[in-house]
Design a protein around this ligand. Structure first.
Ligand code: ADP
Ligand code: MG
Length: 270
C-alpha cells in the first residue's frame, strides 16, 4: 500500500471515529545503526480512544512507542525519520524542549521502576522540577490527586513516607502511573505495563486504563491479545517493522483485512 493511501486511511479513520486528534505520525522510519526497525509507519493517536500496539516480539512496538516522546534520543545508535506531531507541532523540531515533551507525553515501562525514595517523593519529584506547585499545600494536593487518579490513594495514604520500592509490584506500577499523571500529561504511553504483574494486579491496571480514558490519550503496547481486546478501542498490528493494519479493535479481532493480521490473532505465529 502506498504512502498516500496510508495517509488517506489514517485521516479517514480519525474522521470516522470523531475523536480529537492528539498525535500524528507520518512515514516514520527508525534505524539502529544500519538496521531498520520501523518501516514507513503512519498512525493517528486520538484523545478518547485507547490505542493498543500488538505484534510478535521484536516487530518494533517498543521502538515505535518510544518515537512518540523521543525516548529513542537516549539510544546512541537510533535514528528517527519522518514526522511526528503533538497537537500539530513537530516534536522533532530543534526548538522542542524534550524534558517538557516527556512531561506532556509520559511513559510507563514494562518493569515498575519507582525511585528509591518515599511514595510521596516519587509523585512530587516531577511537579517540583517542573515548578508546578506553589507551595507545600499545593504539592500535597497534586500528590493526593495523582495517587487518587492512579487508584492507589486508599492503599498508601497512611504510609506516604515509606519507600516506593517497598510496595507490591502492582502498587509500584500504579505509583509509576501516578508519577506520570503528576506532571499533568496529555498522552500516556505504556510499554507492556502488566507483563511483570500477577492477574489481580493486571486487572487493576486494566480497570485504571478504563478510568483514565478520555482524560489522557493512552497508547499501550501489549503482547497479550486478550488485554488489547479488553482495554483498547483502536488496535495497530505491527509485523517486522511494518504497520500491517490499524483499525477499530473489534474489527481487528473479528474481521481483519490482512492475512498477516488474521494469522497472528488466530495464533498461527508468535
Ligand atoms: N537499543 C537497540 N539497539 C539495537 N537494536 C535494537 C535496540 N532496541 C531494539 N532493537 C531491535 O529493533 C527491533 C524491534 O525491537 P523492539 O522495538 O524492542 O520490538 P518489540 O517491542 O515489538 O518486541 C528488534 O529487532 C530489536 O532487536
Ligand atoms: Mg517491546
Amino acid at each position: 500500500m502506498n504512502t498516500q493511501t496510508m495517509n488517506e486511511i489514517a485521516a479517514h479513520q480519525a474522521a470516522v471515529i470523531g475523536s480529537p486528534l492528539k498525535m500524528q505520525a507520518r512515514n516514520v522510519n527508525v534505524y539502529y545503526g544500519a538496521k531498520q526497525a520501523i518501516r514507513d509507519v503512519s498512525i493517528d493517536v486520538t484523545m478518547e480512544n485507547v490505542t493498543a500496539f500488538i505484534g510478535p516480539s521484536g516487530c518494533g512496538k517498543s521502538t515505535f512507542l518510544r518515537t512518540l516522546n523521543r525516548m529513542n534520543d537516549t539510544v546512541a545508535s537510533a535514528r528517527v525519520e519522518g514526522e511526528i506531531t503533538l497537537d500539530g507541532e513537530n516534536i522533532y523540531d530543534p526548538s522542542m524542549d524534550v524534558v517538557q515533551l516527556r512531561a506532556r507525553v509520559g511513559m510507563v515501562f514494562q518493569k515498575p521502576n519507582p525511585f528509591p525514595k518515599s511514595i510521596y517523593e516519587n509523585v512530587a519529584y516531577g511537579p517540583r522540577i517542573h515548578g508546578l506547585a506553589a507551595g507545600k499545600t499545593d504539592m500535597d494536593q497534586i500528590v493526593e490527586q495523582s495517587l487518587r487518579r492512579a487508584g492507589l490513594w486508599e492503599e498508601v495514604k497512611d504510609r506516604l513516607v515509606e519507600s516506593g520500592t517497598a510496595l507490591s509490584g502492582g502498587q509500584q506500577q500504579r505509583l509509576c502511573i501516578a508519577r506520570a499523571i503528576a506532571v499533568d500529561p496529555e498522552v500516556i504511553l505504556m510499554d507492556e505495563p502488566c507483563s511483570a504483574l500477577d492477574p489481580i494486579a493486571t486487572a487493576k491496571i486494566e480497570e485504571l486504563i478504563h478510568e483514565l480514558r478520555g482524560r489522557y490519550a493512552i497508547v499501550i503496547v501489549t503482547h497479550n491479545m486478550q488485554q488489547a481486546a479488553r482495554v483498547s478501542q483502536r488496535t495497530a498490528f505491527f509485523h517486522l517493522g511494518h504497520l500491517v493494519e490499524y483499525g477499530d479493535t473489534s474489527d481487528i479481532f473479528t474481521n481483519p483485512r490482512e492475512t498477516r493480521t488474521k494469522d497472528y490473532i488466530t495464533g498461527r505465529y508468535g
